[in-house]
Design a protein around this ligand. Sequence first.
Ligand code: PRP
Ligand code: URA
Length: 209
Amino acid sequence: MKNVFIFDHPLIQHKVSLLRDKNTDTKEFRELVSEISMLMGYEVTRNMPLKEVEIETPVATAKAKVISGKKLGIVPILRAGLGMVDGMLKLLPMAKVGHIGLYRDPETLEPVEYYCKLPVDAEERDIVILDPMLATGGSASAAIRFIKEKGISSIKLMCLIASKEGIERVNREHPDVEIYCACVDEKLNDHGYIVPGLGDAGDRLFGTK
Ligand code: PRP
Ligand code: URA
């Protein structure tokens, strides 16, 4: 596995354990996904460039640092990625939001695209793709491909739980993309679900079955 950053912060680990618990209800699940996304977003943006500006405090003129460089765009993969948007926007209220609609064909496990709308100036932005689950890696890999096809080169992938297989697929198909996650789980079951994972993230977020 290459290009993977695993967030071992105790708050993130604690909240992911609550997410995994099958007794966690939809309301709490949604809140936890949002909180974890905010905590992870804090780390994902750690290398944002700063520039020095001069400001007037009530007391004196001061040199101060502000974020510079490329702006950020976040792109949730529908549906479950939607749960991660508000946590990121709390940190980055000026970020633009694109959407990619994909679902996994339950037989082939291959992703089927049904929607793609990105910010008009997306190629000038650093893009962070959001999806809580990286299982076979098919959905994330396809989303990255769509985004690259629009001429965008700066792409990161942020997920909550990843499988080794999913990470290896993204590494293989997109060696330039960094992956940020809270946990890496051992394996997938015969239906392509991450084990132990947390079940179906979309269903648990939206209360569907
Ligand atoms: C889930 C999840 C990822 C995908 C991961 O979405 O949110 O997008 O599966 O699996 P993969 O790595 O094997 O592609 P799903 O297809 O269940 O769609 P949904 O969010 O609409 O429920
Ligand atoms: N999608 C999910 O929501 N969960 C998994 O474990 C795998 C794919």
